[in-house]
Structure formats: C-alpha cells, structure tokens
Ligand binder design. Sequence first.
Ligand code: GLA
Length: 726
Amino acid sequence: MIQFDKQTNTLTLHTAHTSYQMKVDEKGVLLHTYYGKRLRKGDLSRLICHEDRGFSPNPYEAGTDRTYSLDTLPQEYSTCNVGDFRPTSLEADFADGSVAVDWRYVTHHILHGKYTIPGQPSFYDEGLTAETLEMVLKDAHTGLEVTLLYGILEELDLITRAVRVHNGGETPVALTRVMSLCLDFPAGKRDYITLGGAYAREREPVRAHLTQGTHSVGSVRGTSSHQSNPFVVVCDPDTNEDHGSCWGAALVYSGNHLIEVTGTQFDETRLIMGIHPFHFRWQLEPGDTFHTPEVAMVYSHQGLTDLSQKFHRGIRLNLCRGTWKDERRPILINNWEATYFQFDADKIVSIAQTASQVGVEMMVMDDGWFGKRNDDFAGLGDWNVNEHKLPGGLAPLAERINALGMKFGLWVEPEMVNEDSDLYRAHPDWALQIPGRKPTRGRSQLVLDLTRAEVREYIKDNLRRTLNSANIVYIKWDMNRSLTDVWSMGLPAQRQGELYHRYVLGVYEILEMLHQEFPHILIEGCSGGGGRFDCGMLYYSPQFWCSDNTDALDRLRIQYGTSFCYPCSAVGAHVSAVPNHQTGRETPMHTRGVVATGGTFGYELDLNKLSQDDLDEVAGQIAQFKEDWEVVMRGDYYRLTNPFEPGYYQAWMHVSQEKDVALVSVVMGETHANPIRPLLYLKGLNPQEDYELDGQVYGGDELMSGGLALPVQKEHGAVQYKLTRV
Ligand code: GLA
C-alpha cells in the first residue's frame, strides 16, 4: 500500500510488516525518512536534526539558513557536486564540462501492479498485491530527469527500486555513474555483511563493523563474479539469526556491480548499489532514456534467518519463471567429473544405464560434445556435434537415453570462442579485443562481443538448431572467464563505455529468446560453478550450479553463504566421487548425499565405478529425495550453525510452510576421543504441535527448547531427521 499525505508531503510505502517513507521538503528535495518495522502513521522527518555544521554548505535558496545542507539531510537519491559530499547516486558529464546535478521533485504517480524494465530481469507481481510509485525528480539547470521506481510486493515484504534516467535537455549527456539504490540510515552503530569468496569458494560471508569512510566491494569482471556477490546486508551490531534489525539488498543484475557502505561524519550510514562505474559511460542523446537494473530490498526486525527466508520466497515465486520454477527438478547425473573431455556416446549411455537403475531421471552431457573440443584449448564457438564421439549427432544419443526412461540434457557455453575454432577463423573481430593489442586469454578462450546483433543472432541460431535437433529438456549455460580487452568493433569510441552493460543486455536477450521459444527447457546457469549466481540470471534459469567445488565439507560453507540471499530451489548441488577432485578429501557417501539434498540434488561421477554398497546407498538417497524434495524446495530454510566457525557439528533444517514436515541435516566435524556432545536445538517448528521422529513423539516446543541429543558419529559422518506433525 502506498500512502500519500498531502499535508506533510510524505509518501509511505507499506508491505505486510515494513514501512518505507520519503518526504518532499519545502525546497522540493526528496528526503528519505524511514525504512523499518511497519508503522501506522507519522512524518518521520521530525527525527532529522537541523544544525549549522561547519563545512556542510547550503543551497542558494536556503538564504541565510545555515542549518539546511544536503550534506546532512538523508536523501532518497543523492545529488552531485552541490553540497552532499557522501557518495553520489548519479554522475554525468554535461556538454559544458560541468558535473553538477541537483535533484528536485517534479511529480509522482501511484500505479497498480509492479513496473517492469525493458530488456532486463525484474521481480514480478503474479499472485500478489502490488503497486508502483514513480517519483520524478529533475535537475532544472540541465533538464536531466530521473524517475525513481519503487515496486511494493506487499505479501513478500519486498520493495524493489530502479531508476529511469531521461535526457530532457538539449545537448548530449554522458552518464558515468547511475546507481540503482541510495539508502540513508539515521545515526547509529551498524555492521554490514557482504558475500565475498573466490572460484570454488563462492559466497563467503564477510561481516564487518562499519567505521567512518566508504567501504566498497564489487565486480569489474563483466559478470557478478565469484569474488563479490551482488548482495549486501546492513544490520545492527547485535543482530543475529533470530533477533535484531537487518536490511538486505540484492541487485537483479549479472554484470559489473558496486556496493558502497559509508559511515558518515555523523555516524549515519549510506548504502549505494548499482552498476560499477568502472569504464561505464553511457551516452544519452536529447530525448533518450537509460534504465538501471533493479534492487530488491527486505527489512526484518527478526534477524537474518527471517531476512533470508523473505528473499528466498520472493526469488522462488516472483523472480524465477517458467515451467520448472516451482516444480520438482529431475534428479540428474552429469558426466563432467566422471569423464571430463574423454567420452563417447557409449560411455555416456553406460553411465546413464547404471543411473537409470538407481532412479536417476536425467543424463546431462557436459563439455566436449562439439567441434574439436577434446580439451579446453579448442572448439568453443563451433556448435556442431563431434561425430567421432557421437556418431549421427545428438538425436540417436538422446533416443538411447530416453529408451532408458531418462531425460537428456546438454552443456553449452554460448558466450565464448576459442581462437582454435572455425568461428574465430572466420570472424576474429567477433571476439572482444582491442585493435593492435594482443587479447588477454582466460581458460584459453575469448569472449564473444554480444553487443553486436549479428553475434547474438549467430548464437541464437545455433541454440535453436541444437535444441531442435534432439529431445533435449535441460541445458547447463556456462560462462568460463571474466571480461577483459573491453572494446567492440560495433561501437564508436565515445560509446565504448557502454560495452559492459550492453554485453549483459545481450546475454539477457538470448536467454529471453530461450524462455519464449523453448519454455519447457530447464536452464541451469553456471559460470565456472557459481560465478554468476545472481538475481539477474535466476530470472532466466531457476537453478544455478553453485560451485565447481563438490567437496561435501566445503559445500557446507558455500551453501551456507549462498543461503543468505538465494533459495535452495536455486542451488545446484551434486554428489561426486572421492577422493574429491577439488580437495582430495574422502567423505562418506551418506554425508555427500545429505549435503547435496540442500539443493536441487543430483550426481556428478561415474556410477559404474562405485561399490555395490555405495550404489545401494545412492538408490536409497534418490528414493528419499523423491519423498523429501518439497520441504527442501518450498520450505523455510534455517541455518542452525555457522560452518566458518569450528563446531562439533554443522546443521541446517527445512520446515514446510504449514510446519507439518521438517528435515534436519547434521554433518559431524572433527572427532576427538571422549567427545563433548552438545545438543541440537531445532527452529521453526510449531511449539503447540507434536512431531513424530523414528516412532517417538516430541513436542515442537520441546525440540526447540530442550533440543535433540545427537548420536555418536564417525568424523564427517551425517544424520538426517525427518519430523512429521502428528
Ligand atoms: C565449468 C563448469 C563445470 C564444467 C566445466 C566444463 O568449469 O563449472 O561444471 O561444466 O566448465 O568445461
């Protein structure tokens, strides 16, 4: 619900449990006055302190009033070079060489339903009470106009923001920084949490106490990256999983991003989020409009678990799309770690044969099926089947897989080209590179210039041809390097700064074609594992390969960090072989199964190499997951421990929306003689109801307050409990 109070000029956006308020002040400046727990009424601008602060200058129209300064007022969208020295929301080079922008209120509109953004992913309002606020601000001197878009998804407690920039002036403007979010907080101590990491160590939570200054993280890799996920939480210093205020923001974008958290001179906080300004320069001709990506925001006064659950629900139901978004995904087996590039049709069928006998539902053929792709030095770009490996093409193989009662899926990496490929030999200029400069290689490959329509059409045609050539129901869309040598033949010099963003729009255009033309196909996103695991990609692919690291213990950390924003329904998780290919570690088959049930669940090994005992265990895991998938996929997720802290065990649980089923997973840590045996306290159950576990009945309150005593387990052993309401 959006309330406009004409008397106080306040606009208050209400979701089920939160309120967000802004106010147009007497000078037309749009102040941010509140974001927090839901309020009945009030004009929170009364909390702003007006004082004459040294070196905080005053706008001309303030006259002799030295207490009015943009430097000390909380802003909804900060100005540039007119007296606010905190981070700016927008920077532009104007024709006269100036950079000043002073936003003043023009008008606003309240609309039914939620806005969309042309050519870009965004949350949608299906099944919800939703409204849009359009807030139009203008810089009178240059005619530059921004429309701040707010989407209110009431039941989800989600507020989205995006910005439309319009050049209403008479001369071209070059935008050099356009943030999607500017959020000011009142004075007070705060922490912030970001998701850092590295390849094979994605989304490691980093929590820091905010001190004065601007603390920034982000990506300039052309993708959202393994190293910095586009997600941030600002919270009170004492906020934990179950208590305390926290504000989360997720950028719905898959390219370069910037997150800036600033502690100001008066201990306020400013949070900025948007496209990274590095090599960003968007030429806006008179009359042109630029659209930023969207940010989704959640506030909770009940701690981080509640915050995460709200993101999970929103992403699962109102960001992910397509036939598969809320359906049980086929339990798959992928041949990558089983064979790498060394396979042929018979090998794939032999893995599928054994897989079909234990209940696996889909065979995914990974990298190596096309062109001269026998290693990662050649072949990308040539999307014709390697007939030495797969005589007769994909169709006969898919038929053999289908004859086993299994579906067939395929790996692709459409954005890339190897120099050793027919495509590169024919069109070297289709790869990003700067004339006269040798390109930087990544995994021995170059990046195709998706800003060019002919390149996008080539990719689309190849995808169409491949997908129509056989009965393919799934693709794994991979992307295995960062962007460098960012320069395009297709853009004039003054527009090269548009390339990074145009590249992302190109990726979205191709994925949208797949969504429209092949709606039945399940797309799993991937970028060397989880290098592009973001809300932008999840709009097109409801699941994402979480990490190339399949080690069960490392996965505990990766899946824990991922869960701060992203739902289990999106987390690609597989059981792989031991010793693990990334860490060399041995973990029991049971433990690997328990960890993989925290996501979409599947296998990534040669089942023919397993002992009969392990195969029996696999069959049991699959039968169990077919029973339990719903609580994992649609239930609420509770982090019971933090795997980055040493512990006797690591645990998490899923509880169905009706609180009638819960699945508790525990993986033991290191063992020591004569062990300490801490209890496990459950969460999220109904305290008034009873639950059955292994033939015994316990109260929900009892399990949460009294806890469970865990059985003695071997090192890195695992247990899984299923509780059913009686
Ligand atoms: C990336 C993916 C892997 C696999 C390989 C194939 O690294 O993350 O799962 O598909 O590419 O080359």
